[in-house]
Design a protein around this ligand. Sequence first.
Ligand SMILES: Nc1ncnc2c1ncn2[C@@H]1O[C@H](COP(=O)(O)OP(=O)(O)OP(=O)(O)O)[C@@H](O)[C@H]1O
Length: 445
Amino acid sequence: MKKTQGSSLHQLNQRKRNSVLQDKSAGNGTESHNVKSHTALTYLKSAVKGIFTLFVPGQRKTGSKVVENDDRMNTYKVRELSTSTDSSSDSNKGSTKSNFSHSYASSGGANSQLGPGNFSFEEIYKATAKFSPDNKIGEGGFGTVYKGKLSDGSLVAIKRAKKDVQNKHLSEFKNEINTLSRIEHLNLVRLYGYLEHGDEKIIVVEYVSNGTLREHLDGTRGQVLEIGERLDIAIDVAHAVTYLHMYTDHPIIHRDIKASNILITDNFRAKVADFGFARLAAEDPDATHISTKVKGTAGYVDPDYLRTHQLTEKSDVYSFGVLLVEMITGRHPVEPKRQLSERVTIRWAMQMWKQGEAVVAMDPRLRRSPASNKAIEKVFRLAHQCLAPSRKSRISMKSCAEVLWGIRKEFRDKAFPNPPLDFHHSADFLGRDVRKNKHKSFVSA
Ligand SMILES: Nc1ncnc2c1ncn2[C@@H]1O[C@H](COP(=O)(O)OP(=O)(O)OP(=O)(O)O)[C@@H](O)[C@H]1O
């Protein structure tokens, strides 16, 4: 499915630099969000491009919020963005004129250079080299995903709906586009826009270059993720979902937290994808989705939600618990080929943990040490709190993030008691040599 590019020492150095920058940023309580303003040219262009219907936000910045994650204080701060310059977003709904402007959160590489602009179906067509199979990067319940290169050289992921994607769900989704596309968080994949052209339905999102968490856990992306990296990723996911639950104008329930919806950046941090998308999946009887009213993916769905059909933030917490177990064990939530007692990973792994044998359930590829064993034990305890059968007994997502911070700190302190100044970002700390960082290059028309 994916073409690769080779690894190099340069990539590792780049990665270390990125890690330093990212951690510095977190330490200062200022996550780097790209905030770009409209230009007169943007509006002129959008007025001219009136051919295709584009359901997009009028002004992304109005009233949107950015969370600042202060790693030292274990607190979240929310600040209102104040760069409101545009007319009401409602005025754009169903408009034949594209008044879409997008700022691109950086996912590294070329994307960091992106500026404001707008695009049409023609542009998307060109960006994907006419939806060339060579630019296909994945396939999901919604449809086919392409890597796209816009005329300014910036990269985006383009999700082209299957023809049978439920129109009913799409219309609901369109109503939410304004909200979803205003959400900016370092650990959430940015939604740039949704467009319709004839029977084509397309979602344009931030491109994240280093595959999915599931691919990394499967070992199809080079070296296996070490414990420190898995903790970082779990924290990123917890931050992202906490933000959706607590800091958006209205709480957003992700509904489909799973390892294939966690995208990994070049510096091995996480971005959560597909928030608000779960309902868009096609009703495919062979799909892993459960299709009768309840949406989600088999193995991750909250049993309380299945029973009551009542969706709350705690359904995400349950799925996050499944994800934590997946990250520790490296296994898929359901492993049909294993012996009966091990087929449902959470059941087997939590049993091991309860018997004081957490280390047996630990991914065999992870290095054992007193520090990592302790960390694993504690992540299992947290997973147990997430997986409580009754939603009332489950921990909140914000508390998950806080607990994970503590686990990561203890792990670092134990594993590396006297690190030199830049040690946290060195290959030794990460527990590896130069890693293969493979991802697909772009094919142009
Ligand atoms: N923003 C993105 N950047 C880079 N690759 C992406 C992006 N979004 C999706 N992909 C790739 O496309 C694949 C399919 O993604 P998609 O979100 O459509 O489905 P999924 O989440 O894997 O499955 P489902 O739709 O059943 O939940 C992903 O596994 C990933 O490899």
